[in-house]
Structures are given as structure tokens and as C-alpha cells.
Design a protein around this ligand. Structure first.
Ligand code: PMT
Length: 210
């Protein structure tokens, strides 16, 4: 099987020295990529800027902004069986990029923000979807309610929720706890474990869904 996986944050430039981004080390997405490769699958890994080595044998596509990630995902859909969107994509970007460094002496700038394109929702809305679409939900409250809303609104087959407010889990940590939501079924809890072990369990479950 062929997996397309997104991982890491995106960075939305404000001026040549500043950007807005989301918290994400890429560890969860890279662990899923490694687990899929170890299970004998092909992997296209579309990664925002992270400090992790590329998993050997993954087809790497490196991007910086949400727009670049959107284009890279859509350019790499041919032949995939499962898309797992684990990246922490910035929801907003500055309406305009300042080509010169914004000077502090001018006072705190007022920046106009515009929404980025939602990559997961754009895949859910494809008229002919021949692959399983798996989204992530990073939540700080009402995990199940918010995950199920994403499942429906973004037309996913699966949403994997993680509580990013719990200490030592979620963003940047080596461990996580995941709950897998499918329509009309109870959530499947993968209890606290290393991201590597969770990724192995996840790949097993997702590849059995084909
Ligand atoms: O990278 P780590 O440090 O290991 O941390 C892992 C993680 C916490 C980042 C990861 O497990 C996780 O939860 N990733 C999703 C983060 C996120 O942005 O969640 P969200 O609830 O805001 O977005 C929901 C889904 O829509 C996600 O699949 C996201 O990739 C996708 N999305 C969001 C916005 C956008 N413009 N395009 C998208 O595709």
C-alpha cells in the first residue's frame, strides 16, 4: 500500500525575519511514516520545517508554508491508498508579506490575517476519492465532540484525536495518547505510549481498513 503522510508545522512569513507557526516537532508524523515503511508500505512524506532526519526509503517532499503543503499534497495523490494528515498547518497567514523587516521603532504593527486553505477538507471534498482519508484533531477540551465534528465537516473516513493540553503528551513530546474515531462506532483508545509504538498500532489498524 502507498501512504501519503503530512507532518510538522507550516510557517507563514510576515517579513524576511518573522513568521507565524504552530507547535509541532514532526515526531508523530515521522513515526507513522517509519511504521508504514517498516510494515513494507510505500510512503510519501510531506514535511514542514522540522529537526528530524528523513526516514530512509521515504519519498520526501519538504515544504514551508501552508500553500506549499496544499500544492505538494495535491501533486502527490496519484496511486495513494491512505492519506494521513498529521501536520499542524497554520490556520491563518498574513494578508500581505512585507519585503522589508518591519521596524520596531514604528510601533507594534497591526497585521491583517487571512485563512489558509484547509488541506484535509479539500481532500474530503474531492468528487472521486479512491483513498482512505485520515485526519488528526489536536484538542484541548471536548475531545470526542470536536473530533466527530471534524470527521463530518472535513468528510474524513477516520479522525485521530489527541489531547494537546495534557502534560508530556501531544506536541513535541516523545509520547502520546490517541483515540481513533470512525463514523457510527465507539472511539478506539490507544493508551499512552511512545509515538513509535502508537504509530505501529495505527498503521496496523489503518492498513486493515482497506
Ligand atoms: O509533531 P508533534 O510534536 O509530534 O505533535 C503531534 C501533533 C500534536 C501535531 C499531531 O498529533 C496532531 O494532532 N496533528 C494535527 C494538528 C492540527 O493542526 O490539528 P487541527 O485540529 O488544528 O487540524 C485538524 C486536521 O486538519 C489535521 O489533520 C490538520 O493536518 C488538518 N488541517 C488543518 C488546517 C489546514 N489549513 N489544513 C489542514 O489540512
Amino acid at each position: 500500500m502507498k501512504f501519503l503522510i503530512t507532518a510538522g508545522p507550516t510557517r507563514e512569513p510576515i517579513d524576511p525575519v518573522r513568521y507565524i507557526s504552530n507547535r509541532s516537532s514532526g515526531k508523530m508524523g515521522y513515526a507513522i511514516a517509519q511504521a508504514a515503511l517498516d510494515a513494507g508500505h510505500e510512503v510519501v512524506l510531506i514535511s514542514g520545517p522540522v529537526a528530524l532526519p528523513a526516514p530512509p526509503r521515504a519519498q520526501m517532499v519538504r515544504v514551508t508554508t501552508a500553500d506549499e503543503m496544499y500544492d505538494a499534497v495535491h501533486a502527490n495523490l496519484v496511486g495513494i491508498d491512505i492519506a494521513v494528515l498529521c501536520a499542524a498547518v497554520a490556520d491563518f497567514k498574513p494578508a500581505a508579506f512585507s519585503p522589508h523587516k518591519i521596524k520596531k521603532k514604528l510601533g507594534a504593527p497591526i497585521i491583517e490575517w487571512v485563512p489558509t486553505r484547509d488541506i484535509l477538507a479539500s481532500l474530503g471534498a474531492l468528487p472521486e476519492k479512491y483513498f482512505r482519508l485520515v485526519g488528526f484533531a489536536a484538542e484541548t477540551e471536548d475531545l470526542e465532540k470536536n473530533a466527530r465534528e471534524k470527521l463530518k465537516k472535513k468528510q474524513c473516513d477516520v479522525v485521530i484525536a489527541n489531547d494537546v493540553s495534557a502534560p508530556g503528551l501531544g506536541f513535541e513530546s516523545d509520547e502520546n495518547e490517541l483515540t481513533i474515531y470512525l463514523p457510527y462506532q465507539s472511539g478506539i483508545v490507544l493508551p499512552r505510549a511512545s509515538k513509535g509504538d502508537l504509530a505501529k498500532a495505527l498503521v496496523k489498524i489503518l492498513s486493515a481498513m482497506q
